[in-house]
Design a protein around this ligand. Structure first.
Ligand code: IPM
Ligand code: MG
Length: 363
């Protein structure tokens, strides 16, 4: 019997609804395999602003630092939408990433066969898509200083800074090579080396590190070309590694190749210990979906699959993670569909019903 400590940060909108199903499934897999999960819940995002005046409190960050993993829902909503406001829900995500040192953001994009007709692309183009977008998460233009606006000669000026130290590039690139080694052994490094100094260092580091992974084929793509290739030949990609802002944009584009945002989990990882595990934050890539909040119809699968990634990558529980993934596959194969995936002939299942079906499939 092993015990693991997990921070629960449900956040806003449908976050609490899907996190509840994620916890249901984690507890079921724990019961089956003999593990106990102890949850410490806290309030972040818009709910944090309402309760405490800030999206992320220092004590919340400290609490998360002491856990084995952070299970996160989603933050944001129309109530807190003003981008000029001094406190914004997104500060919770950015603060957790930086504060917990989670530099590697893994976003798997996998096309389920039954969804091939539900993307904007031709079924033949998206069939079999199975890639990871690996995004650098604690550097680049998101965090570079200076970032400010000022007045000069009667007009407004502004600056953002895209800064990287060599070690920040090397550690994310190595994660990319390692992920590729465990998959189809192809790494696409994305940059804008024809224009940007940061990208030239990025490309140089990739070239220097590549000999350590001779079994991995490396492809360099300029980011603008990459956006085109993602649409024209998505099946060719295995692992894509990119700096923070490029990865943000490319991962949203890639998510559209999978047919539904409601299926896609993500992991944000920091430094790993010798056994390969370490603190991480796990969240669905979809947002708070305020339009369907409180209706019990949100698809919990992305959150539940994020739980599987948490078991695998932070807790070292591979068999347990695979059991969740198999249970999700089995429920979908049996024809059950949440509202966002339901066809005209399907009777869609609600959030809790999907969770219950996945729990039942685990048994
Ligand atoms: C994401 C989101 C965030 C980001 C926002 C909410 C700050 O778009 O996780 O991709 O830009 O990183
Ligand atoms: Mg984004």
């Amino acid at each position: 019997m092993s015990n693991f400590n997990i921070a629960l940060l449900p956040g806003d909108g449908i976050g609490p609804e899907v996190v509840a199903e994620g916890v249901k499934v984690l507890d079921a897999v724990g019961a089956r395999f003999g593990h106990e999960f102890t949850y410490t819940e806290d309030t972040v995002g818009g709910a944090g602003i309402d309760a405490y005046g800030v999206a992320l409190r220092d004590e919340t960050l400290e609490m998360c630092q002491e856990q084995d993993a952070v299970f996160f829902g989603a933050v944001g909503g129309p109530k807190w939408d003003d981008p000029g406001a001094p406190v914004r829900p997104e500060q919770a995500i950015l603060g957790l990433r930086k504060g917990l040192g989670l530099f590697a953001n893994i976003r798997p994009v996998k096309m389920y066969d039954f969804l091939v007709d539900s993307t904007a692309l031709k079924p033949d183009v998206v069939r079999g898509v199975d890639m990871i977008v690996l995004r650098e998460l604690t550097g680049g233009i998101y965090f570079g200083q200076p970032q400010r606006q000022w007045e000069e000669n009667g007009e407004r000026h502004v600056v953002d800074t895209l800064a990287y130290a060599e070690h920040e590039i090397e550690r994310i690139v190595r994660v990319g090579f390692e992920l590729a080694q465990a998959r189809r052994k192809k790494l696409t490094s994305v940059d804008k080396a024809n224009v940007m100094a940061s990208s030239r260092l990025w490309r140089a580091v990739v070239l220097e590190v590549a000999p350590d992974y001779p079994d991995v084929e490396v492809e360099h793509l300029l980011v603008d070309a990459c956006t085109m290739h993602l649409i024209s030949r998505p099946g060719d990609f295995d692992v894509i590694v990119a700096e923070n802002l490029f990865g943000d944009i490319l991962s949203d584009e890639a998510s559209m190749l999978a047919g539904s945002m409601g299926m896609l989990p993500s992991a944000s990882l920091g430094a790993r210990s010798r056994d390969g595990t370490g603190l991480g934050m796990y969240e669905p890539i979809h947002g708070t979906a305020p339009d369907i909040q409180g209706q019990g119809i949100a698809n919990p699968i992305a959150q539940i699959l994020s739980g599987a990634m948490m078991l695998r990558l932070s807790l070292g529980l591979e068999a347990e993670a695979a059991a969740i993934e198999a249970a999700v596959d089995a429920v979908l194969a049996a024809g059950h569909r949440p509202a966002d995936l339901a066809g005209p002939d399907d009777r869609p299942k609600g959030t809790a019903a999907m969770g219950d079906l996945i729990v039942a499939a685990l048994a």
